[in-house]
Ligand binder design. Structure first.
Ligand SMILES: [Zn+2]
Length: 306
């Protein structure tokens, strides 16, 4: 028997849940396009070449997609998130509000159908966010408004008005998480999953560090990031270690270099002094000179004070 639209969406969400546990939350284009088999044996892809995907078996759009941004642009570059409103503004495909795919997405709004939002973190690799709801449509601005509803209990998701403060808050929180996650993945990929200081290559032990911190307006773009192991992330944030902006050489504070202790201090910190950092192959992904300079000035101020 052919499953109905509601059953299909539930099966899609269950599949995403299972798969995300298996692949650290990352989905490949091939995996999404291959999709899975419905109870009646038919294969259901979760994406198509079009940004808005509505399979024949569904009554309205099932997924929307945002392409991976370029390394020096914040994700997602063409669909913007309004944090105050807790809303993603998702661009129409093309400029015709009545185009087939824009109509299918509008139907998801009018029929109250939950969807999946796929966010490109790098070419061919996506993070998935579900359920999301289309809550507004602005043909004049060629945009839909989308809320992220994961974590909201089902009755609240449906019973609360679209504009409730709870929904906006949940949506903004989910987006912030997704945004951080996308930054991490893009930085780690640029550094081929190695620490920029010691080349440690286990992703479980790596962080995407901000060069100019988040709290000081540092943007989550790859040229403001460094892939660092946990030790070196903490040492960099604690200004134990600095990176010379011109020479791209690591400097360790003198007081650390003069300390005597076991192998962790020796190999983990002291021996880094004077070594060049390991940088991405792609020039646009390398640390931006201005960001390194800002950070290095702070490192130098500590050095002068001690
Ligand atoms: Zn390291």
């Amino acid at each position: 028997m052919t499953p109905g639209d509601e059953e299909i969406r539930a099966a899609v969400f269950a599949w995403l849940e299972r798969e995300s546990g298996r692949n650290d939350g990352l989905f490949s284009w091939a995996g999404l396009h291959g999709g899975f088999r419905l109870p009646d044996g038919r294969r259901l892809p979760l994406v198509s070449q079009m940004g808005i995907w509505c399979p024949k078996v569904c009554d309205a759009a099932l997924s929307i997609r945002t392409a991976a941004p370029k390394p020096n642009q914040p994700p997602p570059y063409e669909d913007s998130f309004d944090e105050g409103a807790g809303l993603l503004r998702y661009r129409y495909r093309g400029a015709d509000p009545e185009a087939w795919d824009n109509r299918r997405l509008r139907e998801a709004m009018t029929r109250g159908k939950p969807l999946v939002w796929l966010v490109g973190v790098r070419p061919g690799i996506y993070l998935a966010e579900w359920p999301v709801a289309i809550v507004g449509d602005h043909p004049g601005a060629l945009t839909f408004e989308v809320q992220l509803l994961r974590g909201l209990e089902l009755p609240r998701r449906e019973a609360l008005g679209e504009d409730s403060a709870v929904r906006r808050y949940v949506s903004a929180k989910r987006y912030a998480r997704l945004h951080q996650r996308a930054f991490r993945e893009r930085v780690l990929a640029a550094y081929r999953e190695q620490c920029a200081f010691c080349r440690l290559g286990h992703r479980e032990l790596l962080d995407a560090a901000h060069i100019v911190p988040d709290s000081e307006g540092g943007e989550p773009v790859v040229p403001n990031g460094l892939s660092l192991c946990k030790l070196h992330h903490a040492a960099f944030d604690g200004l134990f270690i600095g990176v010379h902006p011109d020479r791209r050489v690591i400097e360790v504070q003198r007081r650390i270099r003069e300390e005597e202790d076991g192998p962790m201090l020796e190999h983990g910190l002291k021996l880094l002094h004077g070594k060049r950092i390991h940088q991405p192959r792609s020039r646009v992904a390398r640390p931006d000179h201005r960001f390194l300079e800002t950070r290095f000035e702070r490192f130098r101020a500590v050095r002068l004070a001690s």
